[in-house]
Design a binder for this molecule. Structure first.
Ligand SMILES: Cc1cc2nc3c(=O)[nH]c(=O)nc-3n(C[C@H](O)[C@H](O)[C@H](O)COP(=O)(O)O)c2cc1C
Ligand SMILES: [Fe+2]
Ligand SMILES: [Fe+2]
Length: 403
C-alpha cells in the first residue's frame, strides 16, 4: 500500500495536500511547542495547479495526498508563493515527478528560487496584480514584499473568494483539524500571536499597509488558506482583527522582567524589581532565561509596555543567554517600550552597561543608566531594586497615556 495520506477538501475545487510535522520543536530559533504544518493546495481547475510544496522530508506525504485526488503527473502548473525552504524545499523533486508545463513565482521569487536550487528551467515571473487563467478558474497574484522575505506573494482565487496567503495569517500548530473553527480559540490566539511576534513583527508597518490595501481593493475573502497551521473559513474578522491589533504594538501595563543568573543574586534583584512594579500598578511577568525560551519572551513582549533585562557579569561580559536574547529581540524591532537594565557583579561589572547599550540601540526608553549591585544584594540593595520597579511602573503609565 502506498502511504495512506489523504487530501482534505477545502472547497469544491481546492484540496489541502500539505504535511503535518508533529515533532518539530526548533524552527530557525523559534520554539515550536505544538509542531507545525506545511500547507500546500491543489486547485482542480482545467489547468490543475499546485500552490506551494513542503519541507523536503515531507515530499512523499505531499505526493500521497495529491495522489488521493489525481495522478501528480496530471498537474499543469505549480505556483511558488514563497521561496523559503519550508515551502519550496521539495520543489525540485516535485518538478521532476510532475513535469509541469509552467512554474510561477513573483519576480523576486523567481530569482530567489534560482539562487536556492540553481535550476536550469524557467520560473515564470508574474507581476503584481497579474491574473493567470486556469481555464474555468483563475488566479490573481499580489506581491507582499518583505512579509517576510522579498519574494513573498499572495495568490487569490476569485471564483472561490479564496486567498492563498503563504506565511501571513499562519501559525506553527500541528493538529488533526484542518480548519481554525474546529480549534480552541485561545490556542489560535496564542500561537497566532507567537508567530506574529517572532516572524512578522519587524514588518508591522507593512502589515498595516497591506490590510488597508486589501480593504481599498475591495477584495472579498471567504477563505484564508495559509501555509502553516489551520485554514480560516469562518470568522475571518478574528484573525484579521488580531493582525491589525498586533501590528499597532500598543503598550499595556505588563512589564516583562527577563534575566539569567549564576548564583541567584540577579534573580533576587528581579524579584524585588517585580514587587516594585506590582506596587506601582504594573503587571510584572518574570521570565528566567533558564526556563524561558527566547521566542516565548518575544511573544510576551508584543503585548507589554516594558522590558526589564538583568544579567550578571561573566568574564567582563553579559551572560551569554542574555546576549542571545538581546540579539534576537533587536532583530525583531519591538516598539513602544520603556525599560531598564540591572544585574549583580563581583569586581568589574560590565554586564549592566552592555545590556543598557543594547536596549538603547533598540530605542527602548530607559528609566536610568541601570542598577548594578555588588555580589549578593542586602536589604538596602533590594529596596533600590523595588524602587527601580516603581519607577518603571510610573514610566509605563506615562507611555500608555501618550500612546
Ligand atoms: C566564571 C565567572 C566569571 C566572572 N567574571 C566576572 C567579571 O569579569 N567581572 C565581574 O564584575 N564579575 C565577574 N564574576 C562575578 C559575578 O558577576 C558575581 O558573582 C555576581 O554576583 C553573580 O551574580 P549572579 O548570582 O546573578 O550570577 C564572575 C563570576 C564567575 C562565576
Ligand atoms: Fe517564510
Ligand atoms: Fe513558512
Amino acid at each position: 500500500m502506498d502511504r495512506p495520506f489523504k487530501a482534505i477538501k477545502v472547497t469544491d475545487n481546492v484540496y489541502w495536500v500539505g504535511a503535518i510535522d508533529w515533532g518539530i520543536r526548533d524552527f530557525h530559533g523559534y520554539l515550536t511547542e505544538r509542531g507545525t504544518t506545511y500547507n500546500a493546495f491543489l486547485v482542480m481547475a482545467d489547468k490543475i495547479t499546485l500552490i506551494d510544496t513542503v519541507k523536503p522530508p515531507f515530499l512523499s506525504e505531499l505526493l500521497a495526498r495529491i495522489s488521493s485526488v489525481v495522478d501528480p503527473k496530471e498537474i499543469d502548473y505549480v505556483v511558488s508563493n514563497h521561496a523559503e525552504m519550508d515551502h519550496s524545499g521539495s520543489l525540485v523533486d516535485v518538478i521532476d515527478v510532475v513535469q509541469p508545463e509552467k512554474v510561477f513565482a513573483s519576480s523576486m521569487g523567481s530569482k530567489a528560487l534560482k539562487e536556492h536550487f540553481h535550476l536550469d528551467r524557467e520560473i515564470v515571473a508574474v507581476k503584481n496584480g497579474e491574473s493567470l487563467s486556469l481555464g474555468n478558474l483563475s488566479l490573481t497574484f499580489l506581491e507582499t514584499r518583505m512579509l517576510h522575505w522579498p519574494d513573498n506573494m499572495f495568490s487569490y482565487l476569485p471564483e472561490e473568494k479564496l486567498l492563498f496567503s503563504q506565511d501571513a495569517f499562519g501559525m506553527h500548530l500541528a493538529t488533526s483539524e484542518r480548519f481554525a473553527d474546529e480549534i480552541d480559540e485561545s490556542i489560535l490566539e496564542y500561537e497566532g500571536e507567537k508567530y506574529y511576534a517572532n516572524i512578522l513583527l519587524p514588518f508591522s508597518a507593512l502589515v498595516t499597509k497591506l490590510l488597508d490595501k486589501v480593504g481599498e481593493l475591495g477584495i472579498e475573502i471567504d477563505i484564508i488558506a495559509c501555509d502553516h497551521g489551520p485554514i480560516w473559513r469562518k470568522d475571518l474578522d478574528k484573525i484579521i482583527g488580531w493582525y491589525s491589533k498586533w501590528a499597532q504594538q500598543k503598550p499595556t501595563n505588563k512589564a516583562v522582567v527577563v534575566f539569567d543568573t549564576m548564583w541567584f543574586s540577579t534573580a533576587k534583584m528581579a524579584e524585588a524589581i517585580a514587587e516594585g512594579l506590582l506596587a506601582g500598578g504594573a503587571q510584572p511577568k518574570i521570565m528566567p532565561l533558564k526556563s524561558s525560551h527566547r521566542s516565548n519572551v518575544a511573544t510576551e513582549i508584543l503585548e507589554a509596555g516594558a522590558v526589564v533585562v538583568g544579567s550578571p557579569t561573566l568574564n567582563n561580559n553579559m551572560y551569554p543567554t542574555v546576549a542571545d536574547l538581546l540579539v534576537y529581540l533587536k532583530g525583531l524591532k519591538p516598539k513602544n517600550l520603556v525599560g531598564a537594565a540591572f544585574g549583580s557583579y563581583g569586581w568589574s561589572g560590565e554586564a549592566v552597561g552592555q545590556v543598557r547599550g543594547m536596549l538603547e540601540e533598540m530605542k527602548i526608553d530607559l528609566v536610568d543608566e541601570g542598577l548594578r549591585i555588588k555580589f549578593v544584594p542586602d536589604g538596602d540593595s533590594l529596596s533600590k531594586c523595588f524602587d527601580l520597579g516603581l519607577r518603571v511602573a510610573e514610566k509605563i503609565k506615562a507611555l500608555c497615556e501618550s500612546a
